[in-house]
Design a protein. Structure first.
Length: 253
């Protein structure tokens, strides 16, 4: 960099330090270098969830992969995230390594029975915006359980996505979700790291949104009379992904 240009950049940086904190400046520089405000790659196109991932990795001084390590009732979060990734305007393709044989690709769409015009009108507000044609861009592998088998499946899937003659070559490959491959955290080296890991251990725990119980003093008759309304409340409850740095809530619609 030429001398005058370097002096100009240096003066600009010093001016920013005077106006804001050094931490704010470093965050700004990181965002410019990584191409986005979160600095997390691969990018999570759900701002609140991306913010939690950024805060967690900053607090723990860790770096992806995995960008998310999910535990608890993790499948609804995976469906929500993957559906968002493969739907417009993002239009990614995603690999799922499912060692537990529990992933149901049909759950990525809000209602397969809806007509195309109905789905188009509701997809923008749905937690599962993908439509049926998008499902062909989710590549699911179901290896035998075991670290060696899962690791081999991750490697084979990566090679196929990069060099294979598959139908998703017109889309950008977002990354790999590993179900049942271990937590993907720590230094034990026994887990298989996807871009998202889901299993019995993870820093982001998914649970049903809590529904308050009947108020004190309610009689059995009153409880029976209101049970249909309460069932509606329970069914309308969403999901919560909680962590030490914050939580994210979404509805199962």
């Amino acid at each position: 960099m030429a001398g005058p240009a370097a002096r100009h950049v240096g003066a600009k940086m010093l001016g920013e330090v005077e106006e804001g904190s050094l931490e704010e400046l470093l965050d700004s520089l990181q965002a410019n270098l990584t191409g986005g405000p979160s600095g997390i790659r691969p990018e999570i196109p759900i701002p609140a969830l991306a913010n939690i991932a950024t805060r967690y990795h900053k607090a723990t001084q860790s770096a992806p992969p995995p960008v998310l390590s999910v535990s608890g009732r993790y499948l609804p979060l995976l469906y929500h995230l993957i559906s968002t990734l493969i739907a417009g305007p993002h239009n990614y393709t995603v690999v799922v390594i499912d060692a537990e044989s529990r992933f149901d690709v049909t759950r990525l769409v809000s209602s397969p029975s809806l007509g195309s015009s109905e789905k188009s009108s509701s997809s923008s507000s749905s937690s599962y915006p993908a439509q049926l044609p998008d499902l062909r861009h989710v590549h699911v592998y179901r290896p035998a359980r075991g670290q060696d088998q899962i690791r081999a499946a991750v490697a084979a899937a990566g090679e196929w996505m990069l060099y294979g003659a598959h139908g998703s070559r017109g889309r950008e490959w977002w990354g790999t979700v590993v179900i049942g491959g271990g937590s993907g955290t720590g230094s034990s080296g026994i887990s298989v790291k996807g871009d998202v890991n889901a299993g019995w251990k993870g820093w982001l725990k998914v649970e049903h949104e809590e529904v308050s119980g009947f108020p004190a003093g309610v009689s059995v008759e009153e409880a029976l009379r209101d049970r249909d309304k309460r069932q509606e409340v329970v069914e309308a409850a969403g999901w919560v992904a909680g962590s030490r740095v914050g939580g994210y809530v979404w509805k199962d619609v």
